[in-house]
Design a protein around this ligand. Structure first.
Ligand SMILES: [Zn+2]
Length: 491
């Protein structure tokens, strides 16, 4: 849905929010208008399909012009100023390399544009796209023909550009307050009123401010900046692309976006949206709350993508869960939902962070998967009793480090007998790269092998008595429950 007049963005269309055109050498007397238009993230596509603000074009006057950072630090994850006039827009809502933005935690900065020659500017259009607080735009726009005496082409913060040959053209602020609702695509057009011109300009200066003071991530993801020459050719717009069918996004109460992609598997769409999606939306925040650690914020975007011919079951890389449709089709009434809950835990673990810590230990795979399955079997679906060890055969194979649900069973024993907060503590240590076997002794007073032996003795005491040797024909032992089909996550 387009919402040029809804609460997420200021109702700027046609309203001329900031109508300013201060006197200076090259000014047209016209009052500039600032139009803004937002597209909700669920609806946004790589077409930037604005209907009121001009769409991004590929032949505007900024093409080939020179952007320059006058003040401030560019974020190292940004694509730099080159992406601002490459006539390409991002294809998704969170593509740092396809956007220009100032450094996290900074106060923004000043960006200059030299068009190379003086032209009659009809519009200056700025575009951004992000799922959350990096979507809105907050900046002041100055223009100059560079002819004034004492003109300074690169005034740093602290110098009012109006004192060195610039005129303030417009003030842009597309925010409406609630930072969790700020996501989407944002288009801003600074224009002259009908029949007027913005003025003869060679230089533009964007004095850019963070969109939010909370947290470090309030730097707008600027996707493209266009300058429309009043005497230039008719604009050619970026290609119009259809939104991939089968992608459905949900926004949770805390702003987390969850995307279900069944483009390749329309046969699974109904199940994914009506059975899986409600569970995933309910459980993701619960799982986040179960696995806190100091200074950690769980990902605010998760995608769950089904692949028609993928082998195996499911895996997770970063915040993307891949699901193997052949397996899901066979298990919709069985373990399908639980296997996605397992992968959601991996999204929240983010143990890949640990490897970036100096001297970090590599987390043992059996414990990563065991902790994940503990949460799945003992918190998400305890009623299924899927991790119980009930038969002598299961018991004989059980080892504390057997991974998945067997380790989950072991962890459940240690939680019950030693430390109710064991899972939180193990998770925090693994996320921070601080896990070692010594942690078991610190938390329980016992080595992990000794805990394992104790757990096995406890399991054995609960087994049905071994059948006495008789001459009766041997009965077939009950079948084991299936081993966890969830393949190890790609981490
Ligand atoms: Zn796993």
């Amino acid at each position: 849905m387009h919402y040029s007049n809804r609460s997420l963005f200021n109702p700027g269309w046609g309203a001329g929010i900031a109508a300013l055109a201060l006197g200076a050498a090259c000014v047209s007397a016209a009052e500039a208008q600032v139009k803004t238009e937002g597209i909700a993230d669920d609806e946004a596509t790589a077409s930037f399909a604005f209907t009121k603000v001009t769409r991004p074009s590929v032949n505007d006057a900024a093409t080939g012009a020179m952007f320059q950072v006058i003040d401030g630090t560019v974020d190292p994850n940004s694509g730099g100023v080159a992406v601002l006039n490459d006539n390409k827009v991002p294809s998704e809502d969170d593509q740092p390399r396809a956007n220009f933005f100032f450094a996290a935690g900074s106060k923004g900065g000043r960006l200059g544009l030299d068009l190379g020659k003086t032209i009659d500017v009809r519009e200056v259009n700025t575009y951004s796209w992000h799922p959350a607080e990096r979507a809105p735009q907050v900046y002041n726009l100055y223009a100059s023909d560079g002819q004034a005496a004492g003109f300074n082409a690169a005034p740093k913060r602290g110098t009012d550009p109006a004192t060195c040959g610039w005129r303030l053209v417009g003030k842009v602020d597309t925010r409406a307050g609630n930072s969790t609702e700020m996501g989407g695509q944002c288009g801003v057009s600074v224009t002259a009123p009908e029949g007027e011109k913005l003025g003869a300009c060679r230089y533009l200066l964007f004095d850019i401010f963070p969109t939010s003071q909370e947290g470090a991530f309030g730097q707008t993801f600027f996707s493209e900046i266009d300058v429309v020459d009043a005497k230039g050719a008719a604009p050619e717009f970026v290609p119009t692309l259809a939104k991939p069918e089968g992608q459905k996004a949900f926004t949770l109460a805390d702003g987390t976006r969850m995307i279900f992609d069944t483009s390749e598997t329309p046969d699974l769409r109904d199940w994914a949206l009506n059975t899986l999606a409600p569970v995933a939306q309910e459980w993701y925040p619960k799982l986040v709350a179960m696995l806190p650690s100091e200074g950690y914020t769980a990902p605010k975007k998760v995608s769950i993508v089904f692949f028609d011919k993928m082998p195996g079951v499911a895996d997770t890389a970063g915040t993307r869960i891949r699901c193997a449709a052949p397996w899901f089709r066979q298990n919709l009434k069985g373990e399908a939902v639980g296997s996605v809950v397992h992968e959601l835990v991996h999204v929240i673990q983010q143990y890949g962070r640990a490897r970036r810590q100096p001297g970090a230990q590599r987390n043992p795979g059996w414990l990563v998967e065991g902790l994940t399955d503990y949460i799945r079997w003992y918190h998400y679906e305890p009623q299924s009793k899927g991790a119980e060890i009930k038969t002598r055969r299961q018991f004989e194979r059980a080892r504390y480090d057997a991974s998945y649900r067997v380790t989950g069973n072991f962890l459940n024993y240690v939680v019950a007998h030693y430390d109710r907060d064991l899972i939180q503590k193990l998770n925090a240590a693994m996320r921070e790269g601080k896990y070692s076997e010594k942690l078991w002794t610190d938390l329980t007073g016992k080595k992990v092998e000794d805990l394992g032996a104790e757990w096995k003795a406890d399991l054995e005491s609960k087994l049905p008595p071994a059948p006495a040797a008789t001459n009766a024909p041997a009965t077939t032992p009950p079948a084991d429950p299936p081993v966890s089909p969830t393949v190890p996550a790609t981490k």
